[in-house]
Design a protein around this ligand. Sequence first.
Ligand code: KG4
Ligand code: ZN
Length: 341
Amino acid sequence: MATILGIESSCDETAAAVVRNRSQVLSSVIATQIDIHAKYGGVVPELASRQHVEAIGPVIEQAIETAGIGFGDLDAVAVTSGPGLVGSLLVGLNAAKAIAWQSQIPLVGVNHLEGHVRSVFIENPGIDFPAVALVVSGGHTSLFLLPEEGVYYTLAKTRDDAAGEAFDKVAKLLGLGYPGGPVIDRLAVGADETAVPFTIAWMKDRSLDFSFSGLKTAVRRFAKNHDMDHQSATGGEVSEEVRNLVASFQKAAVDALISRTLKAMKREQVGSVLLAGGVACNTRLRRGFEAMGKKHRYKVFMPSPQYTTDNAAMIAAAGFLHFESGRFDGPDLNADPNWKL
Ligand code: KG4
Ligand code: ZN
């Protein structure tokens, strides 16, 4: 029976969690900085690291306390060491090193994207391999082939904006607030998603890669031509035209994610599909995955919303794979802002 403390500070959430035996989450504490970055319409790296410094101690203490354990009960500490904002990563990394050294337990550096993939396993421990995983967040949009546990091949990635970034930028240009994903998700309910026929073209080279910046530009142009940019201030009534516009954007973005995932499933002849990352919260995307599963008889796995956006339970869960196979890191573990999974 092993117990791992997970620490996550790669972007704008300071998080710590205690996980036992791979998937039993004893605590998961998340201090979000959304309010601080909202007025800038995006994450400000300097503010993020300063905020992590303030939050990291109390968040870890609370995770330990809520789990009903002491530091002496931990078998390892797993921490996100990349990719992410370097100043933010270092805050979590230094805290993890101090705990590992003080408690004389192994330190495990975890790739943030592996964390997102493993978030799916917390509530679904028995996923069959091989599988395909779509990881969609504010910083990443990737399709992975998982031939077996702990092995990841990149099948496709975004060539420009990440999916979540596209949601955030579209919301920003329309003055709808930050982060854009949840706002657009909400505004699209009951709106006419066929109002504006946006589409995302396939790459010319048979690749399954994604591209969202053209869609964002198309939304910007449409909004400008119809005098819709910045007309709907946060808190006020959002017009039907704007709701239809964001619903149409959401449809195009989600359709692109699903069509490429489906093509990957067919190409790789795989029967299990995983959805993870902050955008996996999206109602339309979740429904689309369910429908795809039903139609093609795929097994579909996704985390409940609490494990889609950044959290530390997923980092601890990923840490278990390394811990069990004895892959530990030394005190020289460094942050790797561009670490590729
Ligand atoms: O995984 P995450 O917390 O952080 C990164 O690793 O980037 O993802 C945050 C992203 C943001 O871009 C946010 O707008 C998006 O996830 N997001 C959503 C929804 N909830 C969060 N996008 C679409 N629909 C949602 N319901
Ligand atoms: Zn993330």
